[in-house]
Design a protein around this ligand. Structure first.
Ligand code: NAD
Ligand code: TDX
Length: 330
């Protein structure tokens, strides 16, 4: 199978390429990536795949030729950071909505299998003190320019399935963690702050809850859906990893030999979602998927180790990212 991976130089896409080369050696992997600030070719393996530097939001013949040559598309490419979407929403509209539209049109024209990677943030948030979880029937109620652009892209995929019979599936996953995540995101930002001798920054109270899943578990679910699901199916991916942001920061501090209280509170994110939680029963019962990283603390240790050992991968991006956060007063 020739599989196009859009956004393959980003966090989840690059980890997908590593996993697929290891676990599906008979696949041919073709990476498409615009190499935005979030894309990094050093995240990819040294060899074993094709690479095309292309913008999915711009119609062009090379993009069409690559899509024409494949059997399936796994669509990760997106602008992905909520804070950036609050500062500057347009790139999110362009890459997430127009980019998805262009890929859908190419997949329709050339009759390709399409898997759309989306997020649980399309559902908005849950109350902090409830035990509710998102399911496949939860209504969409996105909060940020990022999550609304992802919700819009999901709607386009649903319409292409129904109106054109596109052989597509959608998955909405919770917060990923693991190696090769950009240092703008919560866990790598705090690990690298501590490694550089500064204090972790908690937005607002720090009592917001995220449902963490290891990136390899997200990607093993995507492979499962790509291989086993029927057209039009829709899955939530999660691994019961609920933690408050403060709990995560305390774990990181302890693990890196600091006092658990050595963090600071900074101004809260506008429209900050309180809690996400995923019910992945459908994926588990219909496709038999199970997460391999059931121990969040062990996964976090592995992630810390990766950042400790790969400073050259993150230090340039760290400088730029912290300058940007500084301008915002963080
Ligand atoms: P990321 O920002 O690390 O990577 C995104 C990649 O897409 C980058 O390599 C970037 O260069 C590329 N890209 C952006 N716009 C492009 C364009 N117009 N054309 C081609 N390439 C483009 O993001 P990530 O965290 O790896 O997320 C990947 C996907 O998974 C996104 O669709 C995101 O919405 C979804 N998702 C992420 C999480 C999470 O916790 N990170 C959770 C659920 C779903
Ligand atoms: O410095 C920080 N301090 C802090 O308290 C940062 C960067 C974040 N936070 C908080 C905000 C959130 O409650 O930590 C939580 C996680 O923040 P992010 O890493 O920015 O992730 P989130 O906004 O939850 O979205 C992530 O999960 C869903 C990804 O970035 C999305 O791409 C994905 O769709």
């Amino acid at each position: 199978m020739r599989v196009v991976v859009t956004g393959g130089a980003g966090f989840i896409g690059a980890n997908f390429v590593h996993l697929a080369l290891k676990e599906r050696p008979d696949w041919t992997i073709i990476v498409i990536d615009k190499l935005t600030y979030a894309g990094n070719k050093d995240s990819l393996p040294d060899s074993g795949y094709e690479f095309y530097k292309l913008d999915i939001a711009i119609q062009n013949q090379e993009l069409e030729q690559v899509i024409k040559s494949c059997d399936a598309i796994v669509h990760f490419a997106a602008e992905s950071h909520n804070d950036n979407s609050l500062e500057s929403p347009w790139p999110f509209i362009e890459s997430n909505i127009i980019g998805t539209f262009r890929l859908l049109e190419l997949a329709r024209k050339h009759h390709k299998r399409f898997h759309h990677v989306s997020t649980d943030e399309v559902y908005g948030d849950l109350e902090l003190d409830s035990s509710d979880k998102f399911t496949e029937t939860t209504p969409y109620k996105p909060s940020s320019p990022y999550s609304s652009s992802k919700a819009c892209s999901d709607m386009l995929v649903l319409a292409w399935i129904r109106s054109y019979g596109l052989d597509a599936t959608i998955s909405n996953c919770s917060n990923n963690y693991g190696p090769r995540q950009h240092v703008e995101k919560f866990i790598p930002r705090q690990i690298t702050e501590i490694l550089q001798g500064r204090q972790p920054r908690l937005y607002g109270s720090g009592l917001q809850v995220r449902d963490w899943i290891h990136v390899d578990d997200h990607n093993s679910a995507v492979i499962k859906i790509l291989e086993s699901s029927t057209m039009g199916e829709y899955y939530l991916i999660g691994a019961n990893g609920e933690q408050t942001n403060m709990q995560v920061v305390k774990k990181l501090l302890k693990s890196l030999g600091k006092s658990e209280d050595d963090f600071v509170h900074v101004e809260d994110r506008a429209g900050h979602d309180l809690r996400y939680a995923i019910d992945s029963t459908k994926l588990q019962t219909t496709l038999g998927w199970r997460p391999r990283y059931s121990d969040f603390d062990a996964g976090l240790e592995q992630t810390i180790e990766w950042y400790r050992n790969n400073q050259e991968w993150w230090e340039d991006a760290k400088r730029v990212t912290e300058n940007n956060y500084l301008k915002k007063g963080h």
